[in-house]
Design a protein around this ligand. Structure first.
Ligand code: ABU
Length: 528
């Protein structure tokens, strides 16, 4: 059997059998004449590598990550080189490169990966992603993506119906992530109130102001910066202790902005904040938007998944009053990255705002209904097919399957919350039951347990989570995120969106943190 750097690679030998005279190269693959067999062998071997990775991703005995510092990966590890060659590498080497790429990556589908809002490895979603890449087409016109365009229409309609919009309302597109979806919302709101901006630019406009909460995603400020409104024209509205926007603060900020001669036009409310998982009071915010005539956007990138659950959708009451909604199925619904929708209540606005009528692409004299050439509704030209994997998952699970998935993630969060309440070595960031699947907490090492609250304890506590995380990443058996927020020093944020995670994984995480943190010694300020 052929080996590459002493690592046997099974069916690579098949490739050699087909081309015994030399080690095969990519030139031996299709479209080479008689390249079919070599291509099949190459793909069979690749599929073996991918399947082995998929199986390992679910195995608790396997590591979540095999961490190396950037300089180590750059220098090359056990023959895995990132450098680009002048001469072609052979197919065996390419397969080893594929295997090593996965080996040194992070298994975001592992049941003990708690680091990101998007996690899990949905096997049907993965199949959908493979098919999508195989089709390798573009979402801009019906002529090159007839099936995917119709799937997008059907998915968007379904999501709009779940949000609670009527038959006559609703438009949207899938776009590359929640930040882009939020960007669309600001762009559309501005165009709705000031359509002349499309041709005249900002010079034709008054000083516009938008509003978002202190706990909202940074993409709202980024959108203002990108769109020439300016991040300083984003008013950050105060939140209560649980991270929810305070409606009275919103109203007084709007009045203040008007008194200053500015023009408020847009409010972002968050359904599921990034760190706390908080839900803004949507109905109260919608009332204020209505009375001031402002565009209401709901960023439900993270919380949108809860709409699938009859038990939890009540937390998004009022979302149907939004003028636009961001909803990322690649988060709580477990679709492979990327899968984010911007839903827009007013039909036709996306097209009016973004259309440029490029004649080489969007000819009006095509022989089919060109309203299905949806590309001109977007700010991109080429657009990845993000819909098929979600469509296939929906077929496979039904809406009920997503509901149980979401419910299970929230049950895991409740389990963690209950465990934390019982343990003297952990402290919850707040005592109330989590609304979403975010659970925020500190680990208190023995050396800090008897310290009285105050700046010195906070200074030391701030160092605990990063130290534990560093050790955890070196060991590679679990992964969780941390951050400071407001007046709170670094704390862990555990999030559940992976249906593979069981309560035993939650228990494991706590034990892992406690064992990695037990002997942590943070020096007193006087010793520094
Ligand atoms: N807002 C993007 C996702 C952030 C996170 O996974 O923590």
């Amino acid at each position: 059997m052929l080996t590459v750097r002493n690592q046997p690679l099974g069916s690579i030998a098949t490739i050699e059998k087909i081309c015994p005279e030399r080690v095969p190269l990519c030139l031996d693959l299709l479209p080479a004449l008689s390249g079919e067999d070599t291509t099949k062998s190459f793909f069979q071997e690749l599929v073996n590598i991918l399947l082995s990775y998929v199986c390992k991703s679910f195995r608790r005995s396997s590591k979540v990550l095999d961490f190396h510092h950037p300089h180590q990966l750059r220098e090359g590890l056990e023959g895995f080189s990132l450098e680009l060659p002048d001469q072609p590498e052979n197919l065996e080497q390419l397969l080893v490169d594929c295997r090593d790429t996965l080996k040194y990556g992070v298994k975001t589908g592992h049941p003990r990966f708690f680091n990101q809002l998007s996690s899990g490895l949905d096997v049907i979603g993965l199949a959908g992603e493979w098919l999508t890449s195989t089709a390798n087409t573009n979402m801009f016109t019906y002529e090159v993506s007839p099936v995917f365009i119709l799937m997008e229409e059907i998915l968007l309609k379904k999501m709009q119906e779940i949000v609670g919009w009527s038959e006559e309302e609703g438009d949207g597109v899938f776009c590359p992530g929640g930040t882009m979806s939020n960007l669309y919302s600001v762009l559309l709101a501005r165009y709705h109130f000031f359509p002349e901006v499309k041709t005249k630019g900002m010079t034709a406009l008054p000083r516009l102001i938008l509003f978002t909460s202190a706990h909202s995603h940074y993409s709202v400020k980024k959108s203002a910066a990108v769109l020439g409104i300016g991040s300083e024209n984003v008013v950050v509205v105060k939140c209560n202790d649980w991270g929810k926007m305070i409606p009275a603060e919103l109203e007084s900020s709007i009045i203040t902005a008007k008194d200053q001669g500015c023009v408020p036009f847009y409010v972002n409310a968050t359904a599921g904040t990034t760190v706390y998982g908080a839900f803004d009071p949507l109905n109260a915010i919608a009332d204020i938007c209505e009375s001031h005539g402002l565009w209401l956007h709901v960023d439900a990138a993270w919380g949108g998944g809860l709409l699938m659950s009859n038990l939890h959708r009540v937390k998004l009451q009022g979302i149907e009053r939004a003028w636009s909604v961001t909803w990322n199925p690649h988060k709580m619904m477990g679709a492979p990255l990327q899968c984010s929708a911007i839903l827009v209540k007013k039909r036709g606005l996306l097209k009016d705002c973004n259309q440029m009528c490029a004649e080489y692409l969007f000819q009006t004299d095509k022989h089919y209904d060109t309203s299905y050439d949806t590309g001109d509704k977007t700010i991109q030209c080429g657009r990845h097919v993000d819909v098929f994997k979600l469509w296939l998952m929906w077929k496979a699970k039904g809406s009920e399957g997503f509901e149980s998935q979401v419910n299970k993630c929230l049950e895991n969060a409740e389990h963690l919350f209950d465990k934390l309440k019982q343990r003297p070595d952990f402290e919850l960031v707040f005592k109330s039951k989590p609304e979403h699947s975010n659970v925020c907490f500190w680990y208190i090492p023995p050396s800090l347990r008897n310290m009285s609250p105050g700046p010195e304890r906070n200074r030391r506590l701030h160092e605990v989570a990063p130290k534990i995380k560093a050790k955890m990443m070196e060991q590679g058996m679990a992964m969780i995120g941390y951050q400071p927020l407001g007046d709170k020093v670094n704390f862990f944020r555990c999030v559940f969106s992976n249906p593979a995670t069981q309560t035993e994984d939650v228990d494991y995480l706590l034990e892992e943190i406690a064992s990695l943190g037990h002997d942590i010694c943070i020096r007193a300020e006087t010793d520094l």
